[in-house]
Design a protein around this ligand. Structure first.
Ligand code: CMP
Length: 141
C-alpha cells in the first residue's frame, strides 16, 4: 500500500533558514511551489549520474551525501538543501544523497526553481554561494 502522508507545507517552509526571514506573504507564495515528500530510512533520494529535475529542502531529519572526492559522507540536516548543483550547472547529479532516517523534504521542481531565482536575486546568490563552496573538493558542507 502506498504511504499517504500530508504535511502543512507552510509550517515546513518556516523551518528552512533560507525562507524563515521572508515576509509571510512571500512564504505563502513559495509554499505553493513546494511539494512535501517523505523519504524513508536508507532511501536514495538523488542518484549520481541522473539528470537533475528538482532540488530539495530538509524540513526535518538528516541525509548523507556520498561525495566521490571525500572519504567520509557529508551529513546535511534540518534547514539544509541539496540537489541545487545539477540545476545551476545543468550537469548531472554529482553524488548520491541518502536519507539517514525518516526525512520530511520539500521538493522544488526545476521550472519553479528557475522562476523563483529569476524573481529573487538574493535567493539565487545564496543558493549559488552554497553550491560554489560545495564545489571545492575539501569543503564538506
Ligand atoms: P546535485 O549535483 O544536483 O546532486 C547531488 C547533490 O549533493 C548536489 O547537487 C549537492 O546538493 C550535494 N553535494 C555535492 N557535493 C557536496 C558537498 N561537498 N557537500 C555537501 N553537499 C554536496
Amino acid at each position: 500500500p502506498k504511504l499517504d502522508v500530508r504535511f502543512d507545507v507552510a509550517e515546513l517552509v518556516r523551518r528552512v533558514p533560507l525562507f524563515a526571514g521572508l515576509p509571510s506573504e512571500r512564504v505563502a507564495t513559495i509554499a505553493t511551489l513546494l511539494r512535501a515528500q517523505l523519504a524513508l530510512p536508507g532511501e536514495t533520494i538523488v542518484r549520481k549520474g541522473d539528470r537533475g529535475d528538482a532540488m530539495f529542502f530538509i524540513a526535518s531529519g538528516a541525509v548523507e551525501v556520498l561525495v566521490p572526492m571525500l572519504a567520509e559522507p557529508v551529513k546535511l540536516g534540518t534547514g539544509d538543501f541539496f540537489g541545487e548543483m545539477a540545476l545551476l550547472s545543468r550537469q548531472r547529479r554529482n553524488a548520491d544523497v541518502r536519507a539517514l532516517g525518516y526525512c520530511q523534504l520539500l521538493v522544488l521542481d526545476e521550472k519553479d526553481f528557475r522562476r523563483l531565482v529569476q524573481k529573487d536575486a538574493d535567493l539565487q546568490s545564496h543558493i549559488q554561494a552554497v553550491a560554489e563552496a560545495r564545489r571545492q573538493p575539501t569543503q564538506s558542507s
